[in-house]
Write a protein that binds this ligand. Sequence first.
Ligand code: ZN
Length: 455
Amino acid sequence: MAEINPYIFREYDIRGVVDKDLTPDVIEFIGKGFGSYMKRNGAKKISLGGDIRLHTEKLREGIIRGITSTGVNIVNLGAVPTPAQYFSLHKLPVDGGMMITGSHNPPEFNGFKMSLGTAPVYGEAIQEIRKIIESDDFETGQGRVEEYSILDEYINDVAGRLKLQKPVKVIVDCGNGAASLVAQKLFQKLNANATMLFCEPDGRFPNHHPDPTVVEYIQDLIQKVRESDAEIGIGFDGDADRIGVVDNKGDIIWGDRLLAIFAMELLERRKGEKIIFDVKCSQALPETIEAAGGIPVMWKTGHSLLKKKMKETGALIGGEMSGHLFFADNYYGYDDAIYAAARLLELLSKTDKNISELLANVPQYYSTPEIRAECASDEEKFSIAKKAADYFKQNNDVIDIDGVRILFGDGWGLVRPSNTQPVIVVRFEAKTPERRDEIKNLVLNKLKEFGEINF
Ligand SMILES: [Zn+2]
């Protein structure tokens, strides 16, 4: 069997550096492992999409060889954004699917997001695929491949659900990623007054890296919004499952405040609904949801986990700080930044307020960005996080559904071991910048007492 780096089998996807971790042999083995896993779970046919990275087509060839060798049939969608591949799971007669994408990661990375039925394959299931590969325990057969072009159906579905009452002046930055495949057509169909920025697919990402949640990569969008007097700026990550937004002044609206806008609009129509969000979000979000008559539900970080929680609770809207937004209200419930963008335009078209005015009643807290602190090892990471939880539980209220969110009354600190690296992610927030820094210093100093950690 080929030598495989076990670390490519991550919590939410299989991902690695192309040619180093993902050699042609390894890619084919991943196809065999995935195909075998799917077949054993009753799947006969799957849909396969890929982003616009330069090596995606090479990965597609190998993965098709692997999957078909297990007897599973493939509907090949070609180059599509991730949400269009999710869309195929609901629309085509398939039993699951795979998306080849490096998402927002550096250009040398690529990977595989997988679904069984319409639900994500993650966590233990990904480890099961690893075990199938390591033990050479593959199904055999002869799967067929058919080509299917889904993008027009996808665009029509999204556009058919939403109606702009007036054109909204928007700058759209695709970062040359997979959103480029649909953005122009969709925003035209919606009658938005859209100016497209870097919306030609180019896997070299020549203008900026496609990750609109990184301040450095959203500067072009900010500048363009400011100089063109637009109402809003919208950016997409490389595979268009995460959104980044700037307001009419060019200020960044992070995922939690964006979710607050959608939550307020929903709760105006439907009181008492649950809104799901991850532990990294500002306290301003649950406060806003409650004030608007909704039920805030804080949950673990990770798009697969949030999707599952939404299904379990019947929540209509959910979201993450990272820009994954989920709509089960007038949509399918998966994270689709393109749908979220269109829906935001519809929302703006129905009000005379601009985004900053919509956020006027949302409390403003002062938070730090995410700080990633490296630990000596994975063991050390868990040990430090455990000691922190035990220590702070003595005198503080804590929320420990994912890492530990320590509540200080007028602020909070989050200590969360990363799912994928020997890293502890921390974040702090309070009512004043001074208090935020005080909480930050207090927590960071404690973490240093608990083990070897570098900030
Ligand atoms: Zn992504």
